[in-house]
Structure formats: structure tokens, C-alpha cells
Design a protein around this ligand. Structure first.
Ligand code: F6R
Length: 612
């Protein structure tokens, strides 16, 4: 949450910062701001709203400066407003700072400042920290760097901060704990960002800054230190990301582009791992901990939101194929319980961004207690990917639409391959079943492609249902999580209330909601519980509910009892969740668009949830 960007070098900073902020807007879009340093001093411009509002506000103003920082905010402390937008200026006027994260003990620091006579201009924890730093600098007559080091030792919480100082006009001071920071190395210039997207066209060489590190960034020098003032050699990595991956490529929204990318992302996810002809699955992370995974007494899966839904699907697969007990936990709950973790337990952390604060802390806690942590992560080099013992990247490429789509299907694919790989090592799967499922998996990208051809039909359906006030999504077995995911997508994008439920549970309560206005979406593809689902559908029909369903191609009997259907090709039920969610993604997308909402930036949300 919150995107940060910085530049220092020979170029004008403003266009680089604005473009960078637009790319980082998926991280928050409550307000945006920029601070620029030039010979006349510090210029700060900030505005409530999106980056485009800031850009309009700045027209005609002085944007000259070769060093600058920018911020796009997802509000934590203080409502979205011009006043609470970043950058903040220190009381002394010479420092400007942006921040991503939360300073948990800000109230205590604020009290100290108020006792010293400070008055604050905003409601933010950021302004408190900035003035706390300035106060230390003045009191100790020390450098800004030293003051930051002292201040950060007092701070609890998560942060990436970037600070400009009028007294050092070509320098950006940066520090990180718990929120992401990437530094791009150019020729005589440096770029900073929450991810690498703002620097893609300028450099391929990046340094991922670690927790408790401080960076002093000048045009031709990058000094990295720890909070103990020891210098650290930066570990320079090559970026493996193309510009096209972060552009819309002719689609109206990133979400639609990402839904349509799925045949390719799934193919990328299988490439080099799945070989159905040779009957092989090769996952280096699994091989690395083969012994532990085979002998695990229990697997705990943690994640949030959509990633938690992927964990629920995996629970069915691992239990059936690997015969190992699986527990699925919301990371945000797991971390505050006192979970029983034994040596040798395997914790699988699932995260698109690799930066979700709840998931990060949950696995830190499990790791301390002796668990082996396996990551299923999309963003390469992200915090979660770096603190796991081993893992498998999902290779879905950058996901920019706030609602997760292609990352989910890639998570399901990785988890299915993992289950198959472990089952084979444990001998809990027959050769025939193993080979059959490999073939089924391999065919998934093509089947997703076929499903996407029904986009127009789903768009037409969206017009019909866009004014519904509530939706119910029902599924059984492996498609219960599909129902949850379909409902979550609709809520996020269209602001229509939607509940996902196991179809068999409907009669224990939710059936009371059913009337002639309520659309009920069933995941009713052909599988071992198909007959049960049909009975549940009849129960809804008998109460005049509006029946919609995802059905298997050619299933005319089910089609006949529905008001509308979305068709997918036949697939083994154990891989079907990867396929069945695709029409539900499209339905949510088209309803959101039909209602006139900005589906890539739904209200109140942000892509990477780096606060608790
Ligand atoms: C839903 C969505 C969120 C995320 C959740 C976890 O469309 O995107 O529910 O799935 O915030 O994020 P990651 O996977 O980045 O840990």
C-alpha cells in the first residue's frame, strides 16, 4: 500500500516521477504528491485524488529539479485530503519525506513532539516521524543520516521512507523495514521505487534493499548501510521484466488484459516444470525439501483474500493426492493466535505481491517456531520470497489490476503441480492417475482460451444483472473456493454485496435470502457432486431465485433449468477450479464496467497490503 518513487541524476525528475507514480497507482490512489529539489529549494505539490488530479494541479507550476520524490497514498492515519497527502515538510522547512507503512508507536512520538512545542499540520504518522528525525538532528547537531539511524531505532512498525534535504540537493536518503524498496542503477543516475516498474525503461540493474538498511543515494553513488552504520555491499540483480507487461496493450483495463493473458501465464507457469509426455513434474523448490515434504505430518497454508481461496483449493488437492492433513489459515488470524507449530511442520505461504504484511508476519512467526516455510509467490525478489526456505514462483508476470485474476489461476496451477509432485514421491497416487492429471493440467491453457471466447455473451449477461443488490455464489467440494472467489471478485469491482457459500450449507441458513430478485450463481460443472448441485439448484428454483451457472459444455439438462449459463470445456474436477473461475472473473469485470466503475482501482482497495 502506497507507492513511492524517487530520482536523482542529470535529467528533469518531474516526468520520471509522474510516470512512475502512474505505474505504482495500483498500490493506492487516495492522494498523490511530489517534492522536487532545485537551486531555489524545495517545491512540494500534493493533491487529494489520483495521480491525474495531481498532474492537472501542477500545470503551470515550477517543476524544475534533478532530484525528487513522489508518493501515491492508501490512507492509514488521517482521511484522504490535500493536507494528509505526502510528501510532508518538516517544521524547520528543509526536509521533505514520503512514507509507505505504519509507525505503530506514532502516538508516543507525537506526544514527545507536542511536549516540545511542535505543532503538526496533518493527521499522519509520517509527519510525526519526519519531525522526530528533525528534532534529533537539531538536538544532536548531527547529520541527517545519523538522525535517521537514531530515530529508526525508536520506531516500531513498518516503513519505507525517502527524505530530501535542502542542504544536500542531489541526495535521497532512504530506509526500509517491512515495506518494499528497489533502487535502479543508471549511468550517473539512480531511481527508487516500491517496485521496479518506474525504472523499467532506464535500467535493468537493480538492488532490492533489505529490512533495517539505509541507502544514501546520489547521482553517481549508492551507499548502503545497516542501522549500526556498517557499510554493506549492494547486491545488484538483473531485472527480468518487460515494459509491455506493465502496459494495457489495447485493452480497456488491466483487469481485462490480465484475464485474457491467462492462457499465456498458465503456459509460462507450466513451462520447464510439467512434461505430460515424459510423465514428469520438476519443481526445484520441492526437490530441495523433498524429504521434509514427504515426511510432513501436517501442512499449514496461509494467505489472505484471493490467495487464501487458492489455499482452500490446495487443501482438497493435498489431502486427496498426498494423504497429508492440511490446515488453511487466514494469515491475519494465524499471527495473533498462539498456533501450535511443531518442528518439521510445513507452512506454505501464498501471495501474489509477496509483500502482504499479515502473511509476512505469520510466516516469520512460524519460522521462529521451527516450521519450514515454502513460498508460492508471484513477485520475484519480494519480501516473502526472500524469507522462505524454498518456493515456487507463479510466473504470472506483473498483475496491475487491483482484483487478482491471473495470479490466482497461476497459484492454483503451482499448488496442483506441487501436490502431484509430492504425491508421486510419497507413492500416494497411482501412475495412471498421475499421468492422467498431468495431461489434464497441460490442456488447461487451451481450455481457458476456449472459455475466453465467450466474453461477449458474459458481457451481455452483465447488462441484465448489473442492478441486482445481492448475489449468492454456491459450489461444492473443490468448487466451494471457486464460489468464494467469484463472490469476492464481484464485491471488489461492482460494489454489489455477494456471498460465497458451500452449496450444501445453503439450506442451513442462506436459503432464507432467496426470492425472485436474488441471482444465485452455481458452479455446476460435471464432477462427482454434480447431482447434489442439481438438487440444490432445484431448491433455489422452487423458491423463485434467479439461477445462473457455470456449466460444462454440452450439459443441456443443467442449461435448461437456468436463466443464464456460462460454459467451460469438460475437465477433471481436480484441475477444473483453474478453469471455472474464468467466467466468474469476466462476469464481475463486465458488471463493474456496466455500472461505470474504475475496475482497475476499486474504491478503498490497494493492490499490495503492506499494513495490518
Ligand atoms: C482480491 C485480492 C486480494 C489479495 C490479498 C492478498 O482480488 O487481490 O484479496 O488476494 O490482498 O494479496 P497477496 O496475494 O498479494 O498476498
Amino acid at each position: 500500500m502506497c507507492g513511492i518513487v524517487g530520482y536523482t541524476g542529470p535529467k528533469e525528475a518531474y516526468p520520471i516521477l509522474i510516470k512512475g507514480l502512474k505505474r505504482l497507482e495500483y498500490r493506492g490512489y487516495d492522494s498523490a504528491g511530489i517534492a522536487l529539489l532545485n537551486s531555489a529549494g524545495l517545491n512540494i505539490y500534493k493533491k487529494k485524488g489520483k495521480v491525474a488530479d495531481l498532474e492537472e494541479f501542477i500545470i503551470g507550476k515550477n517543476t524544475h529539479g534533478n532530484t525528487g520524490i513522489g508518493h501515491t497514498r492508501w490512507a492509514t492515519h488521517g482521511e484522504p485530503s490535500d493536507r494528509n497527502a505526502h510528501p510532508h515538510r518538516s517544521a524547520g522547512g528543509k526536509l521533505a519525506m514520503i512514507h509507505n507503512g505504519i509507525i505503530e508507536n506514532y502516538n508516543q512520538l507525537k506526544q514527545e513532539l507536542l511536549n516540545k512545542g511542535y505543532s503538526l499540520q496533518s493527521d499522519t504518522d509520517t509527519e510525526v516521524l519526519l519531525n522526530f528525525i528533525e528534532e534529533i538532528k537539531n538536538k544532536n547537531q548531527c547529520s541527517l543520516e545519523e538522525a535517521v539511524r537514531i530515530a529508526l531505532k525508536r520506531v516500531t512498525g513498518a516503513y519505507v521512507i525517502l527524505i530530501l534535504d535542502e542542504e544536500n540537493p542531489d541526495t535521497i536518503l532512504a530506509a526500509r523495514k517491512g515495506s518494499p524498496l528497489v533502487i535502479g542503477i543508471g549511468k550517473g543516475e539512480h531511481f527508487l521505487g516500491s517496485d521496479a516498474s518506474p525504472m523499467l525503461e532506464y535500467t535493468r540493474e537493480v538492488v532490492y534493499v533489505n529490512d533495517y538498511e539505509l541507502a544514501i543515494v546520489k547521482p553517481d553513488e549508492l551507499i548502503l548501510k545497516n542501522l549500526g552504520n556498517e557499510t554493506i555491499t549492494p547486491f545488484v540483480q538483473k531485472l527480468d521484466m518487460e515494459l509491455a507487461a506493465i502496459e494495457k496493450g489495447g485493452y480497456q483495463h488491466f483487469m481485462l488484459k490480465e484475464i485474457h493473458e491467462q492462457p499465456h501465464t498458465l503456459y509460462d507457469c507450466f513451462r520447464g516444470r510439467l512434461d505430460a509426455e515424459a510423465g514428469l513434474i520438476t519443481m526445484s523448490g520441492v526437490q530441495q525439501y523433498a524429504d521434509e515434504l514427504v515426511h510432513a505430518k501436517r501442512i499449514i497454508m496461509v494467505g489472505c483474500g484471493t490467495s487464501w481461496h487458492a489455499a482452500l483449493v490446495a487443501e482438497y488437492l493435498f489431502e486427496e493426492l498426498c494423504r497429508v492433513p492440511v490446515e488453511v489459515e487466514y494469515a491475519s488470524e494465524f499471527r495473533y493466535r498462539n498456533p501450535v507449530i511443531r518442528q518439521g511442520d510445513i507452512v506454505v505461504a501464498i501471495s501474489q505481491s509477496g509483500e502482504t504484511a499479515d502473511t509476512l508476519v505469520a510466516i516469520e512467526k512460524a519460522r521462529e517456531q521451527g516450521a519450514i516455510i515454502f513460498g508460492v509467490v508471484n513477485v520475484v525478489g519480494s519480501s516473502i520470497s526472500r524469507i522462505t526456505h524454498a518456493g515456487a514462483y507463479t510466473h504470472a508476470g506483473p498483475e496491475i489490476g487491483v482484483a487478482s485474476t491471473k495470479a490466482y489461476t497461476a497459484q492454483l496451477s503451482v499448488l496442483t503441480m506441487m501436490a502431484l509432485n509430492i504425491a508421486r514421491m510419497k507413492n500416494t497416487i497411482s501412475e495412471e492417475n498421475f499421468l492422467h492429471l498431468l495431461k489434464e493440467l497441460q490442456q488447461i491453457p487451451e481450455k481457458v482460451s476456449w472459455t475466453l471466447q465467450h466474453n461477449q455473451h458474459i458481457k451481455d449477461m452483465a447488462q441484465k444483472y448489473k442492478n441486482a443488490k445481492d448475489f449468492l455464489y454456491l459450489g461444492r467440494n473443490l468448487n466451494f473456493p471457486t464460489a468464494l472467489e467469484g463472490a469476492l471478485k464481484l464485491k471488489e469491482i461492482s460494489y454489489i454485496h455477494a456471498s460465497g457459500y458451500p452449496a450444501g450449507e445453503m439450506k442451513h441458513g442462506p436459503i432464507a435470502l432467496v426470492d425472485e430478485h436474488l441471482p444465485v450463481v452455481f458452479i455446476a460443472t460435471k464432477d462427482k457432486v454434480h447431482d447434489k448441485i442439481i438438487s440444490n439448484m432445484q431448491e433455489i428454483k422452487a423458491r423463485k431465485g434467479r439461477l445462473l451457472a457455470v456449466i460444462t459444455e454440452g450439459d443441456t439438462a443443467t442449461k435448461e433449468i437456468c436463466e443464464d449459463t456460462m460454459v467451460v470445456p469438460e475437465a477433471d474436477e481436480r484441475v477444473a477450479p483453474i478453469l471455472n473461475v474464468v467466467p466468474l472473473q469476466l462476469l464481475a469485470y463486465h458488471i463493474g464496467v456496466a455500472k461505470g466503475y474504475d475496475v482497475d482501482k476499486p474504491r478503498n482497495l490497494a493492490k499490495s497490503v503492506t499494513v495490518e
